[in-house]
Ligand binder design. Sequence first.
Ligand SMILES: Nc1ncnc2c1ncn2[C@@H]1O[C@H](COP(=O)(O)OP(=O)(O)OP(=O)(O)O)[C@@H](O)[C@H]1O
Ligand SMILES: [Mg+2]
Length: 439
Amino acid sequence: MTQLKKDIVVAIDFGTTFSGIAWAHTANPEAIHIIQRWPCNIAGDLGGQTADKTPSELAYNYDNRKVLPVWGAQIPKNMPRLQSFKLDLVPEGRKHRKATLLPDHHDPRRMNYPHRVTANRVLIDYLHALQEHIPKVLKDQFGTALDSMSFKYVIAVPAMWPEKAKSQTRTCAEKAGLGRASDIQIISEPEAAAVHVMTQSRSSALEVDDTIVVCDAGGGTVDCITFTILALQPVLRLKESAAGDGKLCGGIFLNNIFEHFLSERLGNCEGWDDDTLGAAMREFEMETKRSFSGDTKQDFSIPVPGLADNESLGIHRTSYKVTGQELMDTLLPVLAETLELVMRQIRLSKNSPKSVFLVGGFGQSPLLFEYLRRFIPSEISIIAPVNGWTALARGACVKALADMSNPAPQIQVESRVARKHYGIITAVPFKDGHDLQKM
Ligand SMILES: Nc1ncnc2c1ncn2[C@@H]1O[C@H](COP(=O)(O)OP(=O)(O)OP(=O)(O)O)[C@@H](O)[C@H]1O
Ligand SMILES: [Mg+2]
């Protein structure tokens, strides 16, 4: 198929909790840029603050009978919003929302789908918002020249998504204005993450014949993939060494079980309400979760505004004391699921892995790092590479650029190991002289 030349490649990492965008000009494919400015209020102003990703959240603003979607950091603080809608795009995600082991995260700002609004509709509106935002940022770089430039979009999706969900995403992207569905490239998330790791590490310690596990630990999913490097130059050639595997056990499940822990301990206290829970969870998300490395001797103070002092419960001056041991015991089930995924890759890999690379937001967690280090054999290094949180968008952009290069793609993934097998069990009559053994 001949591909029309595009000027700009835009890679979208549509995540369960956060979404990010990487882009590059095809004339300068080495320079991968990350969008870091996002609308920060209803008017759509790009604030002074920068962030590598923006929340995957959408709300509808009803104004004079007109429905205006507002998204990401633009949504006013207390406005009800749709969250984690990526999980509703596949049946397994929907099932997990109802799982009892990991009760659904009760963010008081979360709203249900409005009447006749489906998860696909929300995805279209969200992608459309991203698509409209991109030129606003790129204009600073290119000025009016941008108007005549053409865009190619690539969207990363979880490797475990069925074909139906992938083609639905393409259709939604077309409806969102990202071009013809057939021109939109879909790339597997862990593969994109692996490409980032490989291309970032070209000059570092990785060599031909090395096998590495890439673990993309995101908000919803943890996805693992294992590759052996067949060649690094001039074309990067990778061969899958174990069937990739993923599970819904990402960073939001830490929030879910911590929230459950708090509600069980403090839910009956007078003054306990959504505001108290909201303040406690904000601290957990922004501080506790990001700094806890598994040290059971470390204590944490969680704000619980509205609750009176209670010595036996450990509440003093609207702060609730949680010990490192309590935190560890609470969060352990999520860590154990990730460990199991990584260990299975190591066991199933045809060649012994040299390193495990941790990417994704949850992949930045010092707790996850330390926990994996305790159990993964010491000869295997564990690496959290630079730009780990944006690895996926960067890798997807690099891969799309490499696929466009002439005369052949610059990155080749060979002999993928099937995650799923389709087969039919048959029974045919035994033929003497033809069949070896009668069953
Ligand atoms: N430094 C950190 N330590 C621990 N957790 C972190 C850190 N930074 C981000 N996170 C968590 O990582 C998650 C977001 O990661 P990421 O953006 O990779 O996920 P996502 O792309 O939204 O989800 P998915 O890939 O599953 O669709 C959130 O749960 C966030 O709390
Ligand atoms: Mg992700």
